[in-house]
Design a protein around this ligand. Structure first.
Ligand code: UMA
Length: 457
């Protein structure tokens, strides 16, 4: 069918990429409830390209009925707008990009935590072997996919995908799909963990025997997915860093500090985990295994994997070392905006005393299990709570008799942590909540933390 009229839901970075794609090819109508807050310059530019902009969802139904294609940005909750995902005229940017691609291979990463790190690591490894000009990095990481496809053939698209993007996908089929983990997040939108899991699992639905699924079986949802995929058509590669708890039969695991490949339970050594690795904690070893398994699946030789891993640096605000002040090491994990991300940071320094800075804005997550676990974590010295989650965290800490202080801002939290710390301790900002109560985004919060730490001396 000829597409004459496109309705674009959301005019953020995704919406703008959709406009670029359909410019001069179809009439475009935009929808954005935040349009009035855009800069005058952006509003003017959009009004030149679009034949109308709808800013009120009550005015949307006739526009939706008249459109040949409705393109939804990931942040748009279609259910809340009364638009069915099953409507064949509804599409997400992922499927649009997939349809527009030239011959090339998609390596797609999804999971609640570690997506960006693993995407960047995998991209660095694939670039090391195939060359930078053959690798595109895009998706939830910040660069809309649509802007990156269709330019050349023979590319490797290393893409980070969110549940929001996958939920809408009907055609997308990655040559390699990676499932890292799943824990409470975005429940305001998905409502149940099952819905959230099924959104992510859609990534593997259309895979064929030519495709590979790389799945973390340390994660309960990962092992559920692996069981499901074991009887499916794609090639399944498991991985896990807890061999004593979850035995990998076919895939990558650790034996001591060595990465081994198991085939039907038989191990073959591949390489030693580089020391030091790009970041602390088991979760970084897990990210290493995920990226290595995916790279091996597309034919990257081990020496290339190792040289890329040795050069790799963690993306900013992800358990990033900031500075030592009076022999106390400060880490910025501002990106940790879920229960599980905060948990991982707190478990990353088993041999040190930890002071954790937590807070931010609530996403409706249940932190009770985390606080219960903290009562058993012997190296947890002190908790400092800030922002709008502070009171909720304070009540939980009180209930579980954990030592804490409630402050208002990150700057106060940094000062409180300095007062509580002794040489050799670790102070980690790992909020658990989003930044939107006091900042525009997690990066701004992380930068503020850094500045406060820099000022300590
Ligand atoms: N809007 C409405 N009504 C709504 C919701 C949004 O009108 O009910 C409008 C907003 O006013 C805004 C526009 O929609 O102008 C934003 O659309 P969007 O939220 O889809 O954001 P984009 O700017 O297009 O960015 C999206 C991803 N955002 C989300 O999934 C929320 C970006 O991921 C992604 O980098 C980008 O596409 C490129 O692919 C960000 C993210 O927070 C980093 N992702 C979540 C996460 O990682 O946890 C999933």
């Amino acid at each position: 069918m000829k597409i004459r009229r496109v309705l674009i839901l959301g005019l953020g970075v995704t919406g703008l990429s959709v406009i670029r794609r359909f410019s001069g090819k179809a009439e475009m109508i935009g929808f954005d409830e935040g349009f009035e807050r855009f800069s005058p310059d952006l509003r003017r530019k959009l009004l030149l390209r679009l034949s109308a902009v709808v800013t009120d969802r009550r005015l949307l139904p006739p526009r939706a009925r008249a459109a040949d294609l409705i393109v939804a940005s990931p942040g748009i909750d279609l259910v809340a707008l009364g638009i069915s995902r099953d409507n064949p005229r509804v599409v997400g940017d992922l499927d649009l990009a997939y349809a527009a691609r030239r011959v090339g291979r998609f390596l797609a990463v999804t999971g609640t935590n570690g997506k960006t790190t693993t995407t960047k690591l995998l991209a660095a490894i694939v670039m090391e072997h195939f060359g930078k000009s053959r690798v595109v990095v895009a998706g939830n990481i910040g660069t809309p996919l649509l802007d990156e496809v269709g330019k050349k053939s023979g590319l490797y698209y290393v893409v980070e995908l969110s549940s929001f993007q996958l939920e809408l996908s009907k055609q997308f089929r990655p040559a390699v799909g990676l499932f890292l983990n799943l824990s409470q997040n975005h429940l305001d939108r998905h409502k149940t963990m099952t819905n959230y899991f099924e959104a992510k699992a859609r990534m593997f639905r259309r895979q064929t025997p030519a495709d590979t699924a790389v799945v973390n079986i340390d994660d309960p949802y990962g092992s559920r997915l692996a069981r499901r995929l074991a009887s499916g058509p794609c090639r399944l590669i498991e991985y896990g860093v807890e061999p004593e708890r979850h035995a990998v039969r076919n895939g990558l695991t650790l034996e001591g500090d060595r990465v081994v490949r198991r085939r039907n339970g038989v191990s073959r050594p591949l390489f030693d985990v580089p020391d030091p690795l790009f970041g602390p904690g088991k979760h970084n070893q897990s990210n290493l295994l995920a990226a290595s398994a995916a790279a091996l699946a597309v034919g990257v030789p081990i020496p290339k994997i190792l040289s890329a891993v040795r050069k790799f640096r963690l993306p900013a605000h992800r358990l990033e070392f900031v500075k030592k002040v009076d022999e106390v090491a400060y880490y910025d994990d501002s990106k940790a905006t879920s229960v599980d991300a905060a948990r991982k940071a707190l478990q990353s320094f088993p041999s040190r005393q930890i002071i954790a800075l937590m807070g931010g804005q609530d996403k409706g997550m249940d932190f009770t299990p985390l606080f219960r676990e903290l009562t058993r974590q012997r190296n947890l010295k002190y908790l400092v709570f800030f922002g709008s989650l502070g009171d909720k965290f304070g009540r939980l800490a009180g209930r579980f008799r954990l030592p804490y202080k409630r402050v208002n801002r990150v700057a106060d939290a940094v000062r409180a942590s300095r007062d509580a710390a002794a040489p050799g301790d670790i102070v980690v900002l790992s909020p658990g909540g989003t930044s939107f109560d006091q900042y525009t985004n997690y990066a701004e919060r992380g930068r503020d933390f850094r500045i406060c730490v820099e000022r300590l001396k």
